[in-house]
Every structure is written in structure tokens, then in C-alpha cells.
Design a protein around this ligand. Structure first.
Ligand code: SF4
Length: 256
């Protein structure tokens, strides 16, 4: 049965975020330099409110958030990110591996620590917490070094539900997050996983984005499936057919 994506995010927050003596803590399982965006320091957090069937995160992490990773206060996460950035001479930071907007207090305290370091932060999100938490977009607006990339799971409600197993109306929340971010003046753009979409559904998405803000349609980034072996197995299990995809070592340069 399809799950409620808002309830699942809220339940996940109870597992992976908590109050600590040095601020709001969040669970992470890895800190690393990564090849994306031409080089970006990445903290992999634990926990997401969606269960995307094409997600690169392994089931051992995705399905067992209580058993994986450790809690870190914002100061420790900031120190680790900045140290790797200095080592690798990278200028960009991000949180991946799960949904970084779960645990808003932790994220905002982390951004406070990163302010003024001359680094930029790419907030990759499914957007759902930004839609259901009325003040989230506004709370992100003071951080000029943050750019939000809202990763849409398909082009329509139906595709969203097939790709995530969640109730279809979660797709509307994804779009709503873009509306809220735009209204709050937060730098953002949408990306969309199109490997499972038709041309017609992509065109329909463009129209919906244009109706929110014409810039969003222009800035739409197209994502294609990366066929890690565990992802290919998962897609087979769910009987999901795709039209395009790349082997991990053959991702086109423009998608890295
Ligand atoms: S929203 Fe992102 S992190 Fe969460 S399951 Fe989907 S692809 Fe994975």
C-alpha cells in the first residue's frame, strides 16, 4: 500500500535527529570528497522520507536507519566538511545519502557554522519538508551561499508514485517546495529523473513549472538513471521499465 510521504518524513526525523548538548544532532554514515559538480565535499546522512526505487543508496542504509551511522552535532559536521574541502581544494559542499532537510534545526545550525567560509552549499532535496513546514523556505533565505536543487521524482503524480511507492499527492508537495523557495527568494532549480518518463509527461511538467515561475522551466535539469547493480536489481524487483540509463563508469560528463 502507498505510504504518506509527509508522515514518513516526520517519523524518520524521530529516528535520525535529536537534541544534543552541543546543538541539534543528525545521523551520518560517511564524509567524503565526491566527483559530482566538478568536485564536491559530501556528508552522507542517514534517513529519507521517500523510498525511491532508483535511489543509489543501498537497502542496508535506506531500510535500517536506526542501525546505521552515528549522531553528530553541527559543529563536528562543519569541521569535517571544511577540512575535506581544504584538503581537496574543493569549494562546494553538500549533504547526500538521505534527505538533508530532515532535522531543520540541525541543518540551520550547520549552515550557521559554514557561513563566511567562502564555500557554497548545494542543498539537494526532495522538497517535501520544505513544502509541509510553512517557514522552511523563509528560514533558508538568509543563507546566500546556499543553492537548493529540488529533485523531482518523475514528471507527474502517477510517475512519482510508481517511482517512490508513496501516495501520488507527494508530487504536488515537491512542486510546492519550488514555489515556496522562489517566493522566499532562495536560489533554487528543479531537476527531474526522466528515465521512466514519456516526452508528453515531460512537456506537461514544463507547463506546470512555467505556471509557478518561468525561470524554473528554463532551469530544469534532466537526470538519468545510474545503473548500479543494486539499483538494477531493485528496479527488476518492482518491474520498473526505463528508457535510458548509464553504467556508473559511463555517466556522461555533463551529468557529473
Ligand atoms: S529522495 Fe533522494 S535520498 Fe530519498 S530515496 Fe529518493 S533518491 Fe534516495
Amino acid at each position: 500500500m502507498a505510504y504518506d510521504p509527509v508522515q514518513r518524513h516526520q517519523a524518520m526525523e524521530k529516528l535520525v535527529a535529536r537534541r544534543g548538548s552541543a546543538g541539534e544532532e543528525r545521523k551520518y554514515y560517511r564524509f567524503r570528497p565526491a566527483r559530482w559538480y566538478g568536485g564536491i565535499v559530501t556528508a552522507d546522512c542517514v534517513g529519507c522520507g521517500l523510498l525511491c526505487r532508483f535511489c543509489w543508496v543501498r537497502d542496508s542504509v535506506m531500510l535500517h536507519p536506526a542501525d546505521i551511522g552515528d549522531f553528530y552535532p553541527p559543529s563536528q559536521v562543519a569541521d569535517k566538511l571544511v577540512a575535506i574541502a581544504e584538503n581537496c581544494r574543493f569549494k562546494q559542499l553538500r549533504i547526500s545519502g538521505g534527505e538533508p532537510t530532515i532535522g531543520k534545526a540541525h541543518l540551520l545550525q550547520l549552515l550557521d557554522r559554514l557561513k563566511g567560509k567562502g564555500l557554497s552549499f548545494i542543498l539537494e532535496t526532495n522538497g517535501i519538508p520544505i513544502a509541509y513546514d510553512r517557514s522552511y523556505a523563509k528560514d533558508l533565505s538568509p543563507y546566500g551561499f546556499v543553492h537548493v536543487r529540488v529533485s523531482l521524482k518523475g514528471c507527474t503524480e502517477k510517475e512519482f508514485s510508481a517511482l517512490t511507492g508513496a501516495k501520488p499527492d507527494g508530487f504536488g508537495l515537491q512542486l510546492e517546495s519550488l514555489e515556496k523557495l522562489t517566493q522566499a527568494g532562495v536560489s533554487c532549480h528543479p531537476s527531474v529523473m526522466v528515465s521512466f518518463s514519456t516526452k508528453k509527461s515531460l512537456q506537461a511538467l514544463m507547463q506546470r513549472l512555467k505556471a509557478i515561475n518561468s525561470n524554473l522551466a528554463e532551469k530544469l535539469e534532466v537526470e538519468e538513471l545510474i545503473l548500479y547493480p543494486h539499483v538494477a536489481k531493485r528496479l527488476q524487483k518492482y518491474g520498473l521499465r526505463y528508457d535510458s540509463g548509464h553504467k556508473p563508469n559511463k555517466v556522461p560528463r555533463e551529468q557529473i
